[in-house]
Write a protein that binds this ligand. Sequence first.
Ligand code: KIV
Length: 280
Amino acid sequence: MKIQDLSASGRISADAIRRRKGGVPIVCLTAYTYPVARLLDPHVDLLLVGDSVAMVLHGHKTTLGASLEMMIAHGQAVMRGSDRACVVVDMPAGSYETSVAEAVASARRIVEETGCQAVKLEGGVDMVGQIAAIVAGGIPVMGHIGLQPQSVEKDGGYKIKGRTEDNVAALFRDAETVEKAGAFSVVIEGTVESVAADLTRAIAIPTIGIGASRDCDGQILVIDDMVGLTVDRVPKFVKEYASLRDVVSDAAARYAAEVRDRAFPGPDHVFAATPDKDKV
Ligand code: KIV
């Protein structure tokens, strides 16, 4: 990362991400909380406060459970926990689709209340007005095409995109529209590998893949999936780099046994009458 790639705040800017097209792959992860943002910040280029937070942390069945207030609260936590990564906050369903004015107002609220570098929204041809207006207002936008989780109920489930000629043509229209509307990058989710690779070659802004292609300009995973903390269904495109499920459940089992045996707290975890005997 060159010095001019950092914004005045010292963070990687959305524009620096845009200039990474075709270069060293862009490393992205979702983050929703302060401690996790602190752990990830030194390793990634971009942290996405995804609306997946509604499912991952709040237990909703779909991302439709996310609200603007929820996204802002998690965006603020991630900003407090990071000082280097480009932080992008998802626009939740219901905050931008119905009108361009609503989209601009919601994007402005997210940026003003969190200080994040950019917002992300789902859609292609159907969202051209929203993307162009938010960008014209000075807020960088990341697009999101292919499988769009906010539309799963409408689509009748999580369906991989790019399996029919018509759908491939629609994906190209979406990618080109998002680029022309001024987005600095675009997430391609749940799309046939060869199609995602062709889309990456067809546009001049970086593509960030999730269940897409290794030829994308960058990759993103949901943090809880990546560290093996997801307790429900783990999608096929996830690689687990750790198994925190086992670590947490083993720690809870040992803690429970020690509390029941009165082995915890031990002498190191209680306070003596004389302060200098305390190890704090
Ligand atoms: O909400 C999210 O986590 C996302 C990623 C899957 C790209 O949009």
